[in-house]
Design a protein around this ligand. Structure first.
Ligand code: ZN
Length: 67
């Protein structure tokens, strides 16, 4: 018994069956996958990056804050 799982393509919102044979999943197609990756590379969907290292700099949190 095989159950099909449907997901929405993050790029075009088309319903797409989650199939392990589909290398583009969760995208509906290679094209949408590339479009999405392009958006990332573009910086329009950038992940907020951690500054060098994860060390705390408690004193330096908001340089511009004024009281
Ligand atoms: Zn798509």
């Amino acid at each position: 018994m095989k159950k099909e799982i449907e997901v929405e393509c993050p790029e075009c919102k088309k319903k797409v069956v989650w199939d392990s044979a589909n290398p583009s999943r969760p995208f509906c197609s290679e094209r949408c996958k590339l479009l999405d990756l392009g958006a990332w590379a573009d910086g329009s969907r950038a992940i907020p990056e951690q500054p060098d290292g994860l060390e705390f700099s408690a004193q330096n949190d908001e340089p511009q804050s004024e009281y």
